[in-house]
Design a protein. Structure first.
Length: 296
Protein backbone atom coordinates (compact mmCIF):
# COMPACT_ATOMS: atom_id res chain seq x y z
CA UNK A 1 0.00 0.00 0.00
CA UNK A 2 1.05 3.57 -0.56
CA UNK A 3 1.39 4.71 3.05
CA UNK A 4 1.41 8.48 2.81
CA UNK A 5 4.36 10.22 4.43
CA UNK A 6 4.52 13.99 3.98
CA UNK A 7 7.14 14.81 6.62
CA UNK A 8 10.39 13.23 5.47
CA UNK A 9 13.66 12.85 7.32
CA UNK A 10 15.70 16.05 7.04
CA UNK A 11 18.83 15.90 4.95
CA UNK A 12 20.62 18.48 7.09
CA UNK A 13 23.87 17.07 8.52
CA UNK A 14 23.51 16.42 12.23
CA UNK A 15 19.73 16.62 12.17
CA UNK A 16 17.85 14.43 14.64
CA UNK A 17 15.90 11.69 12.86
CA UNK A 18 13.63 10.60 15.71
CA UNK A 19 10.08 9.58 14.78
CA UNK A 20 10.23 10.65 11.17
CA UNK A 21 8.15 8.41 8.89
CA UNK A 22 6.59 6.63 11.88
CA UNK A 23 3.47 8.72 11.31
CA UNK A 24 2.36 10.40 8.05
CA UNK A 25 3.57 13.66 9.61
CA UNK A 26 5.60 13.85 12.81
CA UNK A 27 2.66 14.52 15.15
CA UNK A 28 3.05 11.41 17.37
CA UNK A 29 -0.01 9.65 18.76
CA UNK A 30 -3.31 11.51 18.53
CA UNK A 31 -5.27 10.06 21.42
CA UNK A 32 -8.47 12.09 21.57
CA UNK A 33 -10.87 13.30 18.92
CA UNK A 34 -10.38 16.86 20.18
CA UNK A 35 -6.65 16.52 19.43
CA UNK A 36 -7.46 15.55 15.83
CA UNK A 37 -9.78 18.52 15.34
CA UNK A 38 -7.26 20.82 17.00
CA UNK A 39 -4.45 19.58 14.73
CA UNK A 40 -6.52 20.47 11.68
CA UNK A 41 -7.38 23.91 13.02
CA UNK A 42 -3.79 24.65 13.99
CA UNK A 43 -2.50 23.53 10.58
CA UNK A 44 -4.78 25.99 8.80
CA UNK A 45 -4.35 28.90 11.20
CA UNK A 46 -7.84 28.55 12.62
CA UNK A 47 -6.53 28.19 16.19
CA UNK A 48 -3.38 29.62 17.75
CA UNK A 49 -2.83 28.13 21.22
CA UNK A 50 -1.49 30.31 24.00
CA UNK A 51 1.00 27.56 24.93
CA UNK A 52 3.83 27.77 22.43
CA UNK A 53 6.90 26.32 24.16
CA UNK A 54 7.52 24.36 27.36
CA UNK A 55 10.85 23.84 29.09
CA UNK A 56 11.73 20.49 30.64
CA UNK A 57 13.76 19.91 33.83
CA UNK A 58 16.96 19.67 31.79
CA UNK A 59 16.48 23.17 30.43
CA UNK A 60 15.59 21.89 26.95
CA UNK A 61 12.54 23.16 25.08
CA UNK A 62 9.47 21.16 24.03
CA UNK A 63 6.54 21.53 21.69
CA UNK A 64 3.51 21.30 24.08
CA UNK A 65 1.56 19.35 21.46
CA UNK A 66 4.40 16.94 20.63
CA UNK A 67 6.38 16.84 23.89
CA UNK A 68 8.03 13.46 23.25
CA UNK A 69 8.61 13.69 19.52
CA UNK A 70 12.32 14.32 20.16
CA UNK A 71 13.85 12.81 23.29
CA UNK A 72 16.55 15.46 23.60
CA UNK A 73 14.08 18.30 23.12
CA UNK A 74 15.15 21.46 21.33
CA UNK A 75 17.95 23.90 22.11
CA UNK A 76 15.82 27.04 21.94
CA UNK A 77 12.25 28.27 21.57
CA UNK A 78 13.15 29.35 18.04
CA UNK A 79 14.02 25.75 17.13
CA UNK A 80 10.65 24.60 18.43
CA UNK A 81 8.85 27.20 16.34
CA UNK A 82 10.82 26.39 13.18
CA UNK A 83 10.23 22.66 13.55
CA UNK A 84 6.52 23.24 14.20
CA UNK A 85 6.17 25.42 11.10
CA UNK A 86 7.67 22.68 8.92
CA UNK A 87 5.54 20.09 10.67
CA UNK A 88 2.25 21.93 10.08
CA UNK A 89 3.11 22.33 6.39
CA UNK A 90 3.44 18.54 6.23
CA UNK A 91 0.12 18.14 8.08
CA UNK A 92 -1.62 20.32 5.50
CA UNK A 93 -0.12 18.25 2.69
CA UNK A 94 -1.33 15.07 4.39
CA UNK A 95 -4.91 16.29 4.76
CA UNK A 96 -5.04 17.66 1.22
CA UNK A 97 -3.58 14.66 -0.62
CA UNK A 98 -4.71 11.55 1.28
CA UNK A 99 -7.22 9.23 -0.41
CA UNK A 100 -8.14 7.36 2.78
CA UNK A 101 -7.72 8.54 6.35
CA UNK A 102 -7.73 5.94 9.13
CA UNK A 103 -8.26 7.28 12.63
CA UNK A 104 -8.11 5.20 15.79
CA UNK A 105 -10.12 6.57 18.70
CA UNK A 106 -7.82 6.01 21.65
CA UNK A 107 -8.75 7.91 24.81
CA UNK A 108 -11.55 9.90 26.41
CA UNK A 109 -9.37 11.34 29.19
CA UNK A 110 -7.30 14.41 28.44
CA UNK A 111 -5.86 17.64 29.76
CA UNK A 112 -7.04 21.02 28.55
CA UNK A 113 -6.05 24.63 28.98
CA UNK A 114 -8.58 26.62 31.00
CA UNK A 115 -7.33 29.71 29.17
CA UNK A 116 -8.08 28.83 25.55
CA UNK A 117 -9.34 25.22 25.58
CA UNK A 118 -6.23 23.72 23.97
CA UNK A 119 -5.88 19.98 24.56
CA UNK A 120 -2.57 18.22 25.25
CA UNK A 121 -1.37 14.62 24.77
CA UNK A 122 -0.08 14.46 28.38
CA UNK A 123 -0.67 16.37 31.61
CA UNK A 124 1.74 19.33 31.47
CA UNK A 125 3.39 18.46 34.79
CA UNK A 126 4.45 15.04 33.50
CA UNK A 127 6.97 16.46 31.05
CA UNK A 128 7.69 19.94 32.36
CA UNK A 129 7.84 21.82 35.62
CA UNK A 130 7.88 25.14 33.80
CA UNK A 131 4.10 25.67 33.87
CA UNK A 132 1.84 27.30 36.49
CA UNK A 133 -0.17 25.18 38.91
CA UNK A 134 -3.37 26.69 37.53
CA UNK A 135 -4.46 27.06 33.94
CA UNK A 136 -4.84 23.36 33.15
CA UNK A 137 -7.62 20.92 33.97
CA UNK A 138 -8.46 17.26 33.55
CA UNK A 139 -11.37 16.48 31.25
CA UNK A 140 -13.10 13.21 30.38
CA UNK A 141 -14.83 13.65 27.05
CA UNK A 142 -18.41 12.53 26.57
CA UNK A 143 -19.93 10.80 23.55
CA UNK A 144 -21.72 14.02 22.62
CA UNK A 145 -18.49 16.03 22.72
CA UNK A 146 -16.51 13.47 20.73
CA UNK A 147 -19.22 13.04 18.13
CA UNK A 148 -19.48 16.80 17.63
CA UNK A 149 -15.68 17.11 17.33
CA UNK A 150 -15.40 14.22 14.88
CA UNK A 151 -18.21 15.52 12.67
CA UNK A 152 -16.66 18.99 12.72
CA UNK A 153 -13.31 17.52 11.68
CA UNK A 154 -14.79 15.48 8.83
CA UNK A 155 -16.77 18.47 7.56
CA UNK A 156 -13.64 20.65 7.58
CA UNK A 157 -11.49 17.95 5.97
CA UNK A 158 -13.92 17.42 3.13
CA UNK A 159 -13.99 21.12 2.35
CA UNK A 160 -10.33 20.84 1.28
CA UNK A 161 -10.37 17.18 0.20
CA UNK A 162 -13.91 16.32 -0.97
CA UNK A 163 -13.11 12.78 -2.11
CA UNK A 164 -11.37 11.50 1.02
CA UNK A 165 -12.77 8.33 2.56
CA UNK A 166 -12.51 7.51 6.24
CA UNK A 167 -12.07 4.37 8.31
CA UNK A 168 -12.64 4.58 12.07
CA UNK A 169 -11.32 2.09 14.60
CA UNK A 170 -11.15 1.89 18.40
CA UNK A 171 -7.92 1.03 20.19
CA UNK A 172 -8.02 -2.40 21.87
CA UNK A 173 -5.22 -1.39 24.26
CA UNK A 174 -6.61 -1.00 27.77
CA UNK A 175 -5.92 2.06 29.93
CA UNK A 176 -2.82 1.74 32.07
CA UNK A 177 -3.79 4.66 34.30
CA UNK A 178 -6.73 6.95 34.99
CA UNK A 179 -7.06 10.35 36.59
CA UNK A 180 -10.59 9.58 37.73
CA UNK A 181 -10.99 8.67 41.41
CA UNK A 182 -11.86 5.06 40.67
CA UNK A 183 -10.29 1.80 39.56
CA UNK A 184 -8.71 1.89 36.13
CA UNK A 185 -10.92 -1.03 35.00
CA UNK A 186 -14.01 1.13 35.51
CA UNK A 187 -12.48 4.00 33.58
CA UNK A 188 -11.40 1.62 30.83
CA UNK A 189 -14.93 0.26 30.43
CA UNK A 190 -16.36 3.77 30.12
CA UNK A 191 -13.65 4.88 27.72
CA UNK A 192 -14.01 1.96 25.31
CA UNK A 193 -17.82 2.11 25.40
CA UNK A 194 -17.89 5.85 24.69
CA UNK A 195 -15.32 5.61 21.91
CA UNK A 196 -17.14 2.69 20.32
CA UNK A 197 -20.50 4.50 20.38
CA UNK A 198 -18.92 7.60 18.88
CA UNK A 199 -17.37 5.58 16.05
CA UNK A 200 -20.65 3.76 15.44
CA UNK A 201 -22.83 6.85 15.26
CA UNK A 202 -20.44 8.79 13.04
CA UNK A 203 -19.81 5.89 10.64
CA UNK A 204 -23.57 5.40 10.28
CA UNK A 205 -24.24 9.06 9.57
CA UNK A 206 -21.32 10.03 7.34
CA UNK A 207 -21.05 8.80 3.72
CA UNK A 208 -17.84 6.98 2.77
CA UNK A 209 -16.96 6.46 6.42
CA UNK A 210 -16.56 2.86 7.61
CA UNK A 211 -15.96 1.27 10.99
CA UNK A 212 -13.37 -1.51 11.18
CA UNK A 213 -13.70 -3.74 14.28
CA UNK A 214 -10.09 -4.15 15.36
CA UNK A 215 -11.20 -3.61 18.96
CA UNK A 216 -13.70 -6.45 18.80
CA UNK A 217 -11.32 -8.82 17.03
CA UNK A 218 -8.70 -8.48 19.77
CA UNK A 219 -10.88 -8.24 22.89
CA UNK A 220 -13.84 -10.51 22.15
CA UNK A 221 -14.39 -13.64 24.21
CA UNK A 222 -13.82 -15.67 21.03
CA UNK A 223 -10.17 -14.60 21.06
CA UNK A 224 -9.80 -15.89 24.63
CA UNK A 225 -7.07 -13.33 25.44
CA UNK A 226 -4.95 -15.16 22.89
CA UNK A 227 -3.98 -11.93 21.18
CA UNK A 228 -2.97 -10.08 24.36
CA UNK A 229 0.34 -10.06 26.19
CA UNK A 230 0.59 -11.39 29.74
CA UNK A 231 -0.38 -7.98 31.13
CA UNK A 232 -3.72 -8.37 29.27
CA UNK A 233 -3.22 -4.88 27.89
CA UNK A 234 -0.70 -4.81 25.08
CA UNK A 235 -1.59 -6.54 21.82
CA UNK A 236 0.76 -9.30 20.70
CA UNK A 237 2.26 -8.93 17.23
CA UNK A 238 0.31 -12.03 16.19
CA UNK A 239 -2.87 -10.19 17.11
CA UNK A 240 -1.89 -7.17 15.04
CA UNK A 241 -1.04 -9.45 12.12
CA UNK A 242 -4.42 -11.18 12.43
CA UNK A 243 -6.24 -7.86 12.43
CA UNK A 244 -4.31 -6.72 9.37
CA UNK A 245 -5.04 -9.95 7.51
CA UNK A 246 -8.78 -9.36 8.02
CA UNK A 247 -8.39 -5.71 7.04
CA UNK A 248 -6.68 -6.74 3.83
CA UNK A 249 -9.38 -9.27 3.00
CA UNK A 250 -12.23 -6.81 3.41
CA UNK A 251 -10.74 -3.48 2.36
CA UNK A 252 -8.04 -4.39 -0.16
CA UNK A 253 -8.67 -7.78 -1.76
CA UNK A 254 -12.37 -7.22 -2.37
CA UNK A 255 -13.31 -10.64 -1.03
CA UNK A 256 -15.62 -9.63 1.81
CA UNK A 257 -17.75 -12.58 2.82
CA UNK A 258 -15.90 -15.00 0.56
CA UNK A 259 -14.65 -17.11 3.45
CA UNK A 260 -14.76 -16.90 7.26
CA UNK A 261 -11.80 -15.50 9.19
CA UNK A 262 -9.39 -18.08 10.59
CA UNK A 263 -9.46 -18.99 14.27
CA UNK A 264 -6.91 -17.08 16.40
CA UNK A 265 -4.46 -19.98 16.78
CA UNK A 266 -4.45 -20.71 13.07
CA UNK A 267 -4.13 -17.04 12.23
CA UNK A 268 -1.13 -16.62 14.53
CA UNK A 269 0.61 -19.60 12.96
CA UNK A 270 -0.11 -18.40 9.43
CA UNK A 271 1.20 -14.87 9.84
CA UNK A 272 4.39 -15.53 11.82
CA UNK A 273 6.51 -13.60 9.34
CA UNK A 274 4.25 -10.58 9.53
CA UNK A 275 4.24 -10.80 13.33
CA UNK A 276 8.04 -10.68 13.41
CA UNK A 277 8.04 -7.53 11.28
CA UNK A 278 5.39 -5.94 13.45
CA UNK A 279 7.28 -6.82 16.64
CA UNK A 280 10.33 -5.01 15.29
CA UNK A 281 8.28 -1.93 14.38
CA UNK A 282 6.13 -1.66 17.50
CA UNK A 283 8.35 0.74 19.41
CA UNK A 284 5.91 3.62 19.00
CA UNK A 285 5.86 6.29 21.68
CA UNK A 286 3.02 5.93 24.17
CA UNK A 287 2.66 9.04 26.33
CA UNK A 288 0.10 7.34 28.57
CA UNK A 289 2.81 5.13 30.06
CA UNK A 290 4.38 8.28 31.52
CA UNK A 291 1.38 8.59 33.83
CA UNK A 292 2.06 5.19 35.38
CA UNK A 293 5.72 6.01 35.92
CA UNK A 294 4.88 9.34 37.54
CA UNK A 295 2.26 7.76 39.80
CA UNK A 296 -0.73 9.60 38.31
Amino acid sequence: MNYLVTEKKPQTPGAIYENYEVFPARFANIYTVRQLLQLFRRAYGLFEPVDRVWRDPRGRYLDPFRPRIQAAGFASPEEVEADREAHLRAVRAMFETCDVLIFTLGLTEGWVSTVDGAVFPVPPGVVTEDVPDTGYAFHNFTVAEMKADLLAFIHALRRINPGVRLILTVSPVALVATYEDRHVLVSNTYSKAALRVTAEEVSREVPDCAYFPSYEIITSAAAGNGFLEEDLREVRPEGVAHVMSIFQRHFIDGEAGAHPPPRPAAAAAGVAGMADRIRAAQRVICEEELLERRGA
